[in-house]
Design a binder for this molecule. Sequence first.
Ligand SMILES: N[C@@H](CCC(=O)N[C@@H](CS)C(=O)NCC(=O)O)C(=O)O
Length: 209
Amino acid sequence: MPLSTSSTTPQLFYADGSPYARICRMALREGGLISQVREQVTALRDPAAAVLRHSPVGRVPTLVLGDGTTLTETTLILRWLDESGSKPALLPRDAQGLAAYGRALGLLDGVAFWNRELRRPEAERSASVLSYEENRADRIADALEQDVANGAYADIDAATLALAAALGYAERRHTVWKWRTNRPQLEQWFTRISERAAFAETVPPPSGI
Ligand SMILES: N[C@@H](CCC(=O)N[C@@H](CS)C(=O)NCC(=O)O)C(=O)O
């Protein structure tokens, strides 16, 4: 399916701290579609946020197509990129690839939830949520340490981009989690992926957490 002409260029709404939007931003670069989609920064959790003019969901990533159709959810946007000619294709087709993508997204969801709890005033934080999410992140990262040692997350696809976004988020916006400790394989993997232009061009600002 060819992409739209310039008057109807699709717009990808993102926030520079969002790891989900970063998956799509890296995907655009890795898949050769960056010149055909306009990236548009938006505020979040703000009634004046630009993205709210297109979607009541108000989250990023949000992809607004030339005809006004609006896609939310990272995986659905990756699917649209694949159908629009992303090379390489991003969404895995086999069960192993899907499992790897799900595992990386599970890590990202958990860490994002943990981070959200830390952004609440200290008196409102739940110690049990913090502890549960830290344990979940460690548990998944221990499994990922083995996966990477066994050769997983080697291709440029949704699984690899999601893992890069999750660890990149931990690195800059969730530094309370010391994910590198006792995980040399994951650390080496992260060093390698960090060298890619798609990664370097989308590094999020630090959050202070
Ligand atoms: N399940 C969504 C998650 C997206 C998400 O949580 N985005 C966050 C930024 S990292 C957001 O837009 N938060 C603003 C809000 O919740 O209003 C996806 O896969 O795209």
